[in-house]
Design a protein around this ligand. Structure first.
Ligand SMILES: NC(=O)c1ccc[n+]([C@@H]2O[C@H](COP(=O)([O-])OP(=O)(O)OC[C@H]3O[C@@H](n4cnc5c(N)ncnc54)[C@H](O)[C@@H]3O)[C@@H](O)[C@H]2O)c1
Length: 317
């Protein structure tokens, strides 16, 4: 049995999230607060989870004003996404607060760090891996459990990075790049596990009971290029951003607002046939070495990244 396909799709509703609650991890950050605001503007309630004890006041006032203006609601919860024991009690509280079922997650939590590989301190390396991949997994697991518990379909968007596909010139970020590649593979793995109600085409190892049937959860990634946020603040100070801008076809790096539409699209289409990779690529110098490394010609993979915005469809299993 598969989940019933929608047959009446209104174009107007493509970006609407009415009657849903969406969790935004890293919700006090630049991308998190911006996409959270977009969720509220699109009719969804938003839960911001974040390690910072409280959001920056002017940012939160803006979020609350947006919620009021749109008849939606916003909540803020302090949570370290790497702390597995702290997650269930926060979700217990969230469950007691929400008006509409949890139907989505935008995982925006992330940290970066630059260091030459030969002297990379292992503690710093481990911390990046822990936050960017284990943190993304734990949040995704918590949301998956909630959707299964409520028997609702949903959509999960993991903010990965172009750095998970390519290696950036002049940024020695082995840990960050590796962590973002892992986010891509995490998404593929979970999409395969949760996309089909019976999970495994009805195959069960001998002696295992049949799994409960759940509505599908789609899992996707978005891979931004450079964004003007605190994460790139050091690069702005050292002049590296000026280099990116000069070598960039658009003559600038991206702004956080440019990620709201892809996030909303992926969140809304939660009952669709889509399981996809949306590469929102700021055309930059980072593409050049990647292209020539691949047999010196534009093969299919190169063309994929060379597109400004690329959508690849895959069948949900
Ligand atoms: N800024 C860029 O150029 C860029 C480019 C590509 C991808 N990204 C990705 O986009 C996402 C958002 O980045 P941003 O630019 O908004 O950064 P940001 O620093 O503004 O936001 C990240 C947020 O995550 C929070 N956080 C960190 N560790 C946490 C933890 N353990 N538990 C809970 N929250 C935690 C931080 O407090 C912060 O509010 C990240 O995953 C980042 O890797 C950013």
């Amino acid at each position: 049995m598969t989940h019933p396909a929608p047959t009446e799709l209104s174009t107007k509703a493509l970006f609407r999230l009415d009657g849903r609650t969406i969790v935004i991890s890293g919700g006090a950050g630049s991308v998190g607060s911006t996409v959270g605001k977009a969720v509220l503007e699109s009719g969804g309630d938003a839960i911001f989870i974040e390690i910072a004890p409280q959001p920056e006041a002017s940012r939160w006032n803006n979020i609350e004003a947006t919620a009021t203006a749109n008849g939606t609601k916003a909540w803020y919860h302090r949570l370290n996404v790497t702390d597995a024991d702290a997650i269930p009690p926060v979700f217990d509280t969230i469950r007691s607060q929400i008006r509409y079922p949890l139907r989505g997650l935008v995982a925006c939590t992330g940290i970066s760090g630059v260091c030459d590989a030969t002297s990379y301190p292992i503690d710093a390396f481990r911390k990046i891996i822990d936050v960017n991949i284990a943190g993304a997994f734990l949040t995704t697991q918590a949301i998956g459990r909630e959707m299964h518990r409520a028997t609702v379909p949903g959509s999960i968007v993991l903010i990965a990075s172009m750095s998970g596909w390519i290696s950036n010139r002049c940024i020695n970020g082995a840990a960050y790049n590796a962590s973002k590649s892992a986010v891509h593979q995490l998404a593929r793995s979970l999409a395969a596990e949760w996309g089909h109600p019976q999970n495994t085409f009805d195959y069960y190892p001998a002696g295992q009971p049949k799994r409960k049937v759940h509505p599908p959860i789609r899992v996707n990634t978005i891979s931004p290029g450079h964004i003007e946020t605190p994460l790139t603040a050091e690069a702005q100070e050292t002049g590296l951003v000026d280099d990116w801008v000069k070598q960039n076809m658009l003559g600038r790096i991206s702004q956080v607002e440019e990620y709201s539409a892809p996030v909303l699209f992926l969140l809304e289409s939660s009952r669709r046939w889509w399981s996809l990779r949306l590469v929102v690529e700021t055309p930059s110098q980072a593409l050049a070495p990647w292209l020539v490394n691949r047999r010196g010609c534009y093969d299919q993979g190169s063309l994929i990244l060379a597109l400004y915005s690329f959508v690849q469809t895959r069948l949900p299993v």
